[in-house]
Design a protein around this ligand. Sequence first.
Ligand code: KMH
Ligand code: ZN
Length: 277
Amino acid sequence: MEKLIIAACICGAEVTKEHNPAVPYTVEEIVREAKSAYDAGAAVIHLHVREDDGTPTQSHERFQECMDAIYEVCPDVIIQPSTGGAVGMTDLERLDSTNVTPTPEFVTLDCGTCNFGGDEIFVNTDNTIKNFAKIMQEKGMKPELECFDKGMVDIVLKTAGRKGYLDMPMHFDFVLGVQMAATVRDLSFCVDSLPPGCTWTGCAIGKDEFKIAAASIIMGGHVRVGFEDNLYIEKGVLAKSNGELVEKVVRIAKELGREIATPDEAREILSIPPRKK
Ligand code: KMH
Ligand code: ZN
């Protein structure tokens, strides 16, 4: 089986220090969390950024500052800016995270509209998906196709796919526990629905994070963990850092006989060109 790519979603846009004091807001805190995840074995940092008071922002200036500072201490890591941002942001605002130098090698592309808790709706219309995919293709940024249910696989293939805006091999990220249940059955249904030759990552929100991580490791997928998805290392115990969450995945992978990919190995698996130094 190919090596395991671990992505760390270190910050997100929704969780706060009230949920876990280690959630990073400032540039220094974001770098601390990225480095802890990288040192533990993460090849990819899925990045959201905040103002110092915790407000989520997609400002390219803030992304630039954070990305430059992360590269200082994790020079070969793959940084994946979010284009999902926070619920309620405009498409233009969301895409601002990609206006950094160098152009991001890997970014998220959210593949449909979904309920996001309470009265929140995360809106991704067909036109948004097509437009984002076209821009990503033009700028040479590999999209990670974020699917919150199996229908989003179909939506992205029939919108951006039919237009020719998705290059093979595509990479999907199945986010379980938001809209679809975090079960191995649901994950299997998503994976079985992919066109041949795709790679994929599995992740789940809250208590199911490590269950879906273990399933993804066994099924030949890749794994995402981090504060964006889950704040606990075990029931009732807050994780001290994103690194602690990544370490747990590394332990599970080791027990299951899966080696961990370095960032350069991850680029090869994902067909991302080597990073220019
Ligand atoms: N914060 C969510 C509304 C992404 O990063 O692309 C969207 C999200 C997905 O986190
Ligand atoms: Zn995200």
